[in-house]
Unconditional design. Structure first.
Length: 149
């Protein structure tokens, strides 16, 4: 399996179950972030920047990107765990960087959870570094975790 076999395309609604399963396999989901709602929200904001990567017609990678006119962002970058380390994440990130550059995006930001050293190493190899900033957040809408009422 080579990197050039990865076919990157825009997310389609019928991809939802497979993408969520991929995020779960990559330990990206959290109880306070309902992935179904996250996908629905992304479909209303720059849906053309929600990508999936396929090998042999099977979704094995995905990422949500966005650009607000000041900075670009990447969320939910995922590669099927059994295929990690083969360059597929790099191919997907380079695709995102190119799409954002085409829009005039001067800088791309992303967040990595503390202690996730393997992912920090991945991004370091791609040229991303610690901007010496602190990420702050405030939940404006409290999602109900799936399976709870």
């Amino acid at each position: 399996m080579t990197n050039d076999e990865l076919r990157i395309r825009t997310f389609r609604p019928e991809d939802q179950d497979r993408v969520i399963a991929l995020w779960q396999a990559c330990d990206l989901t959290r109880p306070w972030n309902d992935p179904v709602k996250d996908i629905a929200r992304k479909q209303t904001e720059q849906p053309e920047l929600f990508f999936v990567g396929e090998l042999g017609g099977r979704i094995v990678a995905s990422a949500m990107a966005g650009y607000d006119g000041h900075r670009g962002w990447v969320n939910y970058l995922s590669v099927e765990p059994a295929l990690q380390g083969r360059g597929l994440g790099t191919v997907l990130m380079r695709h995102i960087e190119a799409r954002l550059t085409e829009r005039g995006c001067p800088k791309l930001n992303l967040q990595v959870r503390q202690g996730n050293d393997a992912v920090l190493g991945f991004y370091a190899r791609l040229g991303y570094g610690n901007d010496q900033t602190i990420g702050l957040g405030k939940r404006l809408i409290h999602d109900t975790p799936p399976g709870t009422a």
